[in-house]
Design a protein around this ligand. Structure first.
Ligand SMILES: [Zn+2]
Length: 296
């Protein structure tokens, strides 16, 4: 079972959320038929989206759309995040799921090259009730995803953040996946900050810690350097959930306009649409398309 736990360290001056997303990333790998390279890319991306659902969304009616557009071969990466009480709901996709790059010299998957080092990370927060929108755009730092999001939290949200994301994958599937995010409160001291920096420097990577079957509590102690962390919340969850429906695709077909819809009816006599997030297929018969045409 995937797990999500939140802790406080250094007497409440530091908060940390740690997640194990192995099953979630395996599920996403299967939905999109990902290669090892794109499993690492979309796995890291989906993990941070899941974390944001539990840290950046306060109201149940907010949604966040996240997009990375780098100059690497995997193309655009998109995620939509909502929250239902203790459940972070995400749907994610990658433009070119089938690309596969050679491993780096250190044996790691080359996420930075797959994403690209030049480009941007765009975060759009939307309140569906008030219709208020916030749009944050930052250039990519390295395309390694964790650094890019950390940069966004520091520069756009003024939240001092340490973010680590990791996915271990081989031909048989996902061996380990997860991440952690550390946030410092304004009253955290220089001494505490340097303790955390030293702890992270000494610690193995998050994917190694998870592969060694360390519990989330143990990981939080290791990366904060605080043995006296306090559990804040553990009944949290990250789920892949798509909200697509035939109704939404109907609206999509109507929006292409009278002429184009008429052309589809004459040339194809049907329409087959696919949801890019969950790969669900929706079929429209000629009669159904003619019904839609009357509505335009
Ligand atoms: Zn869908």
């Amino acid at each position: 079972m995937d797990k999500v736990e939140k802790y406080l360290a250094y007497n409440g001056k530091v908060s940390i959320i740690c997640v194990n997303t192995k099953n979630l990333i395996e599920e996403i790998k299967n939905i999109h038929d990902l290669t090892p390279t794109t499993t690492a890319v979309l796995g890291r991306f989906s993990t941070v989206c899941g974390i944001m659902g539990l840290t950046s969304i306060k109201e149940n009616d907010d949604s966040i759309t996240v997009q990375i557009k780098g100059d690497g071969p995997c193309g655009s990466i998109v995620g939509v995040i909502t929250r239902d009480y203790n459940v972070s709901k995400i749907k994610t996709y990658i433009q070119n799921p089938l690309i596969e790059l050679p491993l780096k010299e250190n044996g790691k998957i080359d996420v930075g090259t797959a994403v690209g080092k030049t480009g941007y990370l765009n975060i759009i927060k939307q309140n569906d009730i008030t219709d208020k929108q916030y749009n944050g755009l930052v250039p990519l730092v390295s395309g390694e995803i964790a650094e890019d999001f950390a940069q966004y939290f520091v520069s756009s949200e003024q939240k001092p953040t340490v973010l680590a994301l990791g996915v271990l994958v081989d031909k048989n599937g996902v061996k380990a996946a997860g991440g952690y995010m550390i946030n410092l409160m304004p009253d955290a001291t220089e001494e505490e900050i340097s303790k955390i920096e030293n702890a992270i420097k000494k610690a193995p990577s998050i994917s190694e810690l998870l592969e060694q079957n360390k519990t989330l509590e143990e990981i939080c102690k290791i990366v904060t350097g605080d043995e006296n962390i306090q559990l804040l919340q553990e009944n949290l969850q990250i789920k892949f959930q798509c909200d697509c429906s035939k109704e939404k695709f109907k609206r999509g077909l109507i929006s292409i306009g009278k002429d184009d819809l008429q052309k589809i009816i004459e040339e194809d006599g049907k329409a087959d649409t696919v949801c890019q997030f969950c790969n669900k297929k929706y079929h429209f018969t000629k009669d159904e398309l003619e019904e839609l045409l009357k509505k335009i």
